[in-house]
Each structure stands twice: as C-alpha cells, then as structure tokens.
Design a protein around this ligand. Structure first.
Ligand code: AMP
Ligand code: MG
Length: 525
C-alpha cells in the first residue's frame, strides 16, 4: 500500500492509538482480543476505486478543497488503497447487547478508522471507512459493504445533520469495482451486488459497547483507562476529578442520549438496531443500517425485518430502549464506583432531559409559546388521531403550521392521508381537536407569523423517505449516480420550501408500501 503524497492534505493527531493499549498482533486474523482497545489493521485494497458522491459541507469543514476531492488519489485513499501521511489505521474492540442479549466481543468488523484529523476549525474529526475489508473482529463475515446500504448511510448521515439531529457524518461514498455476495432476505438466495465504502466522520466513534466489553471480562484496568480517555478527549468541557467527574460524565451521556432520541421522535426517524454497540458515547445517531422514516404515523412500526417478531426497536419504544441501553452502560461502569447511587442519579438525568426535550418537541411541533401542563396530552391526542387516520406525519405537521387555526378543517390535510375510509373515520375527532388547538393557541401571546416560523423550523418539509432513498439506489444500480446528488441537494435544506421539488415532499406512493428497501429492510448490508 502506497503512502501518498508528500504534502499531507490533512493533519492528524491520533490520540486513540497513542493513549490506549493496542493489540500486539497486527493484521486481520480473526481472534479474541484481550486487554486492548484496538487492533492495528490496514484496509484491504480494492480493484477500481471510483468516487460516487461526497458531502461538500463535510469536505469544507475538513479543509479539503474541490480539487483534492476530485483527484484520483482521493478515491484511492477513501477506498482504502492508499494512506495519507499521518493516518494510522485500526479497528476498535467493543462488545454489546444485541436485541436484549449480551453478545460478547463484536468490534469493528468492517469499519477501519484512518486517523483523527484536526479540521479547519481545530476540531477533532475521526475518519472511518466502513466496508474496507476484514479486521480481527470480522468473525465469519467479509468486512465489506454493498452499494445500497452505503448509499443509505451516506445520505442519511448528511440528511440528519441538516435536520439538526445529532449524528455521525459522511464525507464520501466510493465504489470499489468489486462484487459483494449478500443474501438480502436470509432466504438462501445470495446474489452478487456492487460493493462500496463510506467514509464516516465523528469526533468520536466510542460506543457503549467499548465500555461493556472490558467490564464483562472483569478488566477494570482497561475500563478505567477508557473512561478517563473518553472524558479527556471527548468531554473536555468537564472538570473536577475522581468519582464526581465520572458521575458527571455519565450523566452527560444520559442527557445527550435523551436529546438525540427526542429529535428522532420529532422528525420520525426509526433507528432500527438500537443495540448497545450502536449507541454513541457522544449521543450521536450511529450506524445507519435498516433504519427507516415514518410515513403514516405508526408508533409500532419498525423497518427492520430482523426485528419483525418482537419489534423491540419500533418507533414508539425508542425512548425506553435508549434508557435500557443506558442502564447497561451504568452496569458496565459500576466496578468503578463505590456504590450504584450516583449511576442511578445519572439515569434520572436521562428522564429529566428527555422530559425537557419532549416539551421542546411539543412546543415546536405545535407552535406553542412553551409547553404547559396539558399540552403533552393535546399532542398525544393528536398523535393518536394521526395513527387512527393513517396520516403522513411529515405532511400533516407541515400543513398544521400553514393553516389558520381559527378556520382550520380536516380538508386542509387532504394530502396527508393514505386511506380515504380511515381519513373519514377520524374527520370529526380531528375537527374537535383543531378547535381545542385553536383555543390553546389563543392562550399564547404569539403573533401568528412567529408561530408559523417556529413550526416551520420544527417540522421539516423534506425527510429521507425510504422510497426516495430506494429510488436513488435503483438508479445507482443502473449506473446513474445522479439520484444520490439530487436527494442530497434536497436534504440540505429540509425546512425550506423548494419550488420544483414538490415530489420529494409527497406521500409514499402505493407501490412502495410493501416493497423491499421502501418499507422493509434487513440487516444484510
Ligand atoms: P451491525 O448490526 O451493523 O451494528 O453489526 C454488528 C457487528 O457485526 C459489528 O461488530 C460489525 O462490525 C459486524 N459486521 C456487520 N457486517 C459485517 C461484515 N460484512 N463484515 C464483518 N463484520 C460485520
Ligand atoms: Mg454496529
């Protein structure tokens, strides 16, 4: 593998590998890795790297200019065929609870961090390739990723960012020119699909599972080092020392997780695989796999076919699953604490932060001047009507912000319904709700223009509807990458009306109701 070029386009400061113990063995031989937070492993080169898409904003914030991004060398580096000076590739070691059960060592099985870049503003940005080949943590799998899931991760990372949801980012999407074998529905029909690699970006990719693994192994030395490292590098704003510092750190993780989940509930995002190895220590949305977006409002919906039975990761359960995951983290951290009291206090901060964030969501989505007693009920009554009426969540809330509440009627929401009979069945109740809403707005002193503006900023016009992503994927499979850029362009300004782009804000079409990729997604990626 070549080291190119002489002048480094990025500066690196690789604290993870400098400050935490590494695995003495290098290379991808599959193994249990004890006493180490990471294993040195290089990406496996691919046949024909080709830059398929990139995020302008992410490149700019890293200080990468358009000429650098367009250079053949850029595609080589982000396909894993070459390294820039200062890159020190490694795979992280972590465990996790998957679907409620402890799974032991998992680790970066197909993610390889290239290094910690210091961006143009002096911020730390870890660059991580997903799909760059096997690592010690790949178990029986190939370390690769297919184009369809890579497009989904690339687009959703950036769409979430523009929606104002805490998330890991994506710099670029590179085609490998190699085929990857996948059995999409685990039904014994594997097929070759085009391979791709996404470069993800975040200040830290530490997960709850990084702490759970050493704890489960009784390795409190490594556990303590990880905690202290994470506080120093990822929570520099925290001061103090000893147990008090650890307590405050855990409480902040709880609060950030609460804020993240409240945003998911606001925009209608369903993560789909909230295993503890997919929970970021910074409260960032992490690991875009079989995620989905709510079309018709249904709190019981999960996009993940692997979760179809128990629907553990259904939309409406996300706040409680996040809490369950935090209790697993608390349990993992317990060996560092004299008693569990302070950890329980931290978990309380999750509840408080969630309640605050949910009140903000209610106030924003309904355009209220602050959420008062009774407003949560007003909101949940509306959600029940949206569910009963099979109503598109995004279209409904956007329309609600555009109606005149004094004269609003169910007809104002015609574009949001998927089923006429169900629409008609709730029309009377919706009219009554609208009257209640108008009375409630009357109690505020907000000028109508202010209310509308607040609602516009809380209720996106555009979200990354599952079928829209699938259409971009279908085009990419036919050799046309234009759909990816078009969708990214729309998602750059999700709260603005974009004349000529109305089709991206429409209801899911009927054909997409039961189609793979549009309403059902498997973990196969
Ligand atoms: P996920 O469900 O995507 O969060 O992945 C769970 C675990 O499986 C993680 O340790 C991943 O690194 C690993 N994994 C998933 N897909 C692959 C793959 N194609 N090759 C190697 N490891 C994988
Ligand atoms: Mg994962």
């Amino acid at each position: 593998m070549a080291q190119v070029p002489a002048a480094a386009p990025l500066q690196f400061d690789n604290r993870f590998v400098a400050e935490l113990p590494g695995d003495p063995e290098t290379g991808p031989r599959r193994r249990e890795v004890l006493g180490a937070a990471w294993s040195s492993v290089r990406p496996t080169p691919v046949a024909a790297p080709r830059l398929l898409a990139y995020s302008r904003e992410m490149a700019e914030s890293l200080g990468l200019d358009a000429a650098t991004v367009a250079s053949p060398e850029f595609a080589q580096v982000f396909a894993g065929n070459a390294l820039w000076p200062g890159m020190q590739p490694y795979a992280a070691n972590y465990g996790g609870h998957q679907f409620g059960h402890w799974a032991g060592q998992l680790g970066d099985g197909r993610a390889i961090t290239l290094g910690e870049a210091i961006d143009a503003q002096g911020r730390r940005q870890e660059l991580q390739l997903k799909g760059a080949g096997p690592t010690p943590y790949s178990r029986t799998a190939d370390g690769r990723a297919v184009l369809r899931s890579s497009i989904r991760e690339f687009l959703c990372s950036e769409a979430m960012h523009h929606l104002g949801v805490p998330t890991t980012r994506a710099l670029c999407l590179v085609g490998t020119g190699e085929a990857v074998l996948r059995d999409m529905f685990y039904d014994g029909h594997p097929e070759h699909e085009p391979g791709a690699i996404v470069c993800r970006v975040a200040p830290s990719f530490l997960r709850f599972g990084n702490f759970e693994l050493p704890s489960a192994r009784g390795d409190s030395v490594l556990l303590r080092r990880l905690v202290e490292f994470c506080i120093r590098r990822d929570y520099p704003e925290l001061s103090g020392e000893g147990e008090a510092l650890h307590v405050e750190w855990f409480a902040r993780i709880c609060e950030r997780t609460a804020v993240m989940v409240a945003h998911w509930m606001r925009v209608g995002f369903v993560h789909g695989v909230m295993n503890t190895d997919n929970m970021s220590i910074l409260g960032l949305t992490l690991d875009y796999g079989p995620y989905g977006w709510i079309d018709d409002y249904d709190p019981d919906w999960t996009p993940n076919t692997t979760d179809a039975q128990g629907r553990r990761y259904r939309f409406g359960w996300q706040p409680r699953i996040a809490w369950w995951n935090l209790t697993r983290l608390a349990q993992a951290l317990a060996p560092l604490f004299a008693s569990v009291e302070p950890l329980n206090d931290g978990l309380q901060r999750y509840g408080q932060a969630l309640a605050r964030a949910e009140r903000d969501v209610v106030a924003g989505k309904l355009g209220l001047d602050g959420c008062r007693d009774g407003d949560a009920v007003l909101y949940s009554d509306l959600l029940a009507l949206l569910h009963a009426g099979e109503t598109d969540m995004t279209i409904f809330f956007r329309a609600l912000g555009e109606t005149d509440p004094a004269s609003a009627s169910p007809e104002d929401f015609a574009a949001a319904y998927y089923d006429e009979a169900r629409r008609d069945a709730v029309a009377g109740d919706l009219a009554a709700w609208l009257a209640r809403y108008a009375r409630r707005l009357g109690e505020d002193d907000l000028p109508d223009a202010v209310r509308r503006e607040r609602m516009r900023l809380a209720n996106p016009r555009y979200v990354l509807r599952n079928y829209l992503a699938q259409q971009a994927i279908d085009r990419a499979h036919a050799g046309d990458m234009g759909g990816i850029d078009e969708l990214l362009e729309v998602m750059r300004r999700p709260y603005e009306d974009q004349p000529g782009r109305e089709r991206y804000a429409q209801r899911r079409p009927d054909w997409a109701r039961e189609r793979a990729g549009c309403s059902m997604l498997s973990c196969s990626s």
